[in-house]
Design a protein around this ligand. Sequence first.
Ligand SMILES: *[C@@H]1O[C@H](CO)[C@@H](O)[C@H](O)[C@H]1NC(C)=O
Ligand SMILES: *[C@@H]1O[C@H](CO)[C@@H](O)[C@H](O)[C@H]1NC(C)=O
Ligand SMILES: *[C@@H]1O[C@H](CO)[C@@H](O)[C@H](O)[C@H]1NC(C)=O
Ligand SMILES: *[C@@H]1O[C@H](CO)[C@@H](O)[C@H](O)[C@H]1NC(C)=O
Ligand SMILES: *[C@@H]1O[C@H](CO)[C@@H](O)[C@H](O)[C@H]1NC(C)=O
Ligand SMILES: *[C@@H]1O[C@H](CO)[C@@H](O)[C@H](O)[C@H]1NC(C)=O
Ligand SMILES: *[C@@H]1O[C@H](CO)[C@@H](O)[C@H](O)[C@H]1NC(C)=O
Length: 538
Amino acid sequence: MWSEVLVLATLTVGLSMGGFPYITPSTGNVWPKPQMTETQETYMVIRPEKFKFSVVGHDCDILQEAINRYKRTMFSGPTSPTLNPVWRKDEKFNGFLDEVSLNLMAECEEYPHQYMDEQYQIKIDSSDAPGNGTIISQSIWGILRGLESFSQLLLPAGSDFNVNSTQVMDFPRFAHRGFMLDTSRHYLPIKKIKDHLELMAMNKFNIFHWHVVDDQSFPYVSERFPQLSELGSFTPIHQYSAQNISDIVEFARLRGIRVLPEFDTPGHTRSWGPGQPELLTSCYKDGKPDGTYGPIDPTLDGNYDFLTSLFEEITERFHDHYVHLGGDEVSFSCWESNPNITAYMEAHNITGDYAKLEEIYISKLLDIIANLPNKNGYLVWQEVFDNGVKIAADTIVHVWKSEHIPIGWKEELEKVTEAGYRTVLSSCWYLNYISYGDDWYKYYECDPQEFNGTDTQKQLILGGEACMWGEYVDGTNLIPRTWPRAAVVAEKLWSSSAHTNDTNAAAPRLEEHRCRLLDRGYQVQPFGPSYCLSDVDV
Ligand SMILES: *[C@@H]1O[C@H](CO)[C@@H](O)[C@H](O)[C@H]1NC(C)=O
Ligand SMILES: *[C@@H]1O[C@H](CO)[C@@H](O)[C@H](O)[C@H]1NC(C)=O
Ligand SMILES: *[C@@H]1O[C@H](CO)[C@@H](O)[C@H](O)[C@H]1NC(C)=O
Ligand SMILES: *[C@@H]1O[C@H](CO)[C@@H](O)[C@H](O)[C@H]1NC(C)=O
Ligand SMILES: *[C@@H]1O[C@H](CO)[C@@H](O)[C@H](O)[C@H]1NC(C)=O
Ligand SMILES: *[C@@H]1O[C@H](CO)[C@@H](O)[C@H](O)[C@H]1NC(C)=O
Ligand SMILES: *[C@@H]1O[C@H](CO)[C@@H](O)[C@H](O)[C@H]1NC(C)=O
């Protein structure tokens, strides 16, 4: 009789499995992998109708919202068929876990920030508190990360859930774990941006880098310069109002995600032109303007007044202390054609040196940003550094080029950090480049600290960002194309380096995680021939 009971006890899903999926998923593993996990063979049972979180430390709106959210998330997804009730009589059963206490040991911070503490600890039925469950952290951000991990430890068992006796001690490897979306090449519906933020939180990303505007459209509604979106957005319905932006910033804040807005200049600004006459450089052909426009005209004082006012509004609205200033792919040919620019350069004794002209622009812009009321920090794309523009010492350089143009990303990181700049890597994580087959291996094997450099240089790597550029992406395919591939990058940025370059070891956990995200109701694409219990009904 005992042996039969024990066999039943090991059934967690209870469906008979057949077929030949490419990989057998793990069960009850947390993604991204925590720094330290200790799991026992004993387990407790959570009954959804009896379960509650109790707040035993500090409390705040972020915590209350998270409790409501996780009570839904934890118990979503398919339940497994009811098991024989005798299974809870086995010797590994350590009782019911009806309460998990949330012990926040310091006051809540209101907004996530660059130096936020995300460390946390989970104890379920530990030897020093048998039968109890606790999530402990010094900061609200750690409690959020801990709740996510806890929710991933649950295994469906009948209409209840099992959780093994487990201890987790966890913190991120990198502070900057970002995801970039582009809302200029296509408009992304607010609902999809929120789904994306929710998925980011489930993968412990902490920065939403929002590439709001670009050549193709200007969906940002400015209060000070309403003509920018009136004349620069695709249509009046393809816009983000002040209300829409604060809605997104709030949604992100509650999940411990910073919103880092990018307003890329002086190039990539075609859509800015109609709403702000004189901003862009007129390109000349055969001695007259040819009707086309180039980068922002750096020679006109009025343009800096405009930028001061616009960025003041932007940095208030997005709230983060950082702003991404772009600076990539500035084409010099239009500047070269324009006689006024030529005259300006002669007057400033920089004839022919267009990189110098770019430097004049960028350094004025950096000054503007640094002197805004919020004392903002900034990121720039790597070209600003590559072109030899003198940049402030606290600039963060965003490395994005992948191949050997002119050098590979490892050499680029070496140079940027040798010059003493902090940096963020995206080169290997352009998820918009898609291909047939197992493309996630290369994301997993790329390591931002794997370059020739001293320890001091490696400390300057703040982390990385996955990117999804929008030329071929809108609301229809954003989620399935981005997820679960982005989860691979999430683990690289969160988990310790030693654990995270073995794709064979990761695959079963990744497969479990993909099913978890699908079970939670997101349209996340598969990695290979496989199944999830919820895929019959997507
Ligand atoms: C969790 O508990 C179950 C039931 O006792 C056991 O079969 C399983 O091996 C445990 N998991 C781990 C990772 O120890
Ligand atoms: C276990 O939880 C109970 C109920 O919340 C509490 O009274 C008790 O102090 C806890 N024990 C330990 C060792 O934390
Ligand atoms: C965006 O903001 C406008 C008002 O500024 C509002 O009417 C609209 O409902 C908002 N959209 C969403 C999806 O919240
Ligand atoms: C060039 O400068 C002249 C004289 O200041 C001005 O009239 C003209 O509008 C400028 N052209 C452009 C394209 O900025
Ligand atoms: C102009 O630039 C040249 C070379 O950069 C330099 O030698 C010269 O002193 C400069 N002249 C003035 C007036 O700044
Ligand atoms: C690192 O340095 C070694 C030895 O100088 C060299 O062989 C290798 O190519 C370098 N790697 C990179 C990525 O620069
Ligand atoms: C994985 O990490 C180990 C230890 O740091 C290293 O020796 C190995 O080369 C790495 N493998 C890959 C594929 O990067």
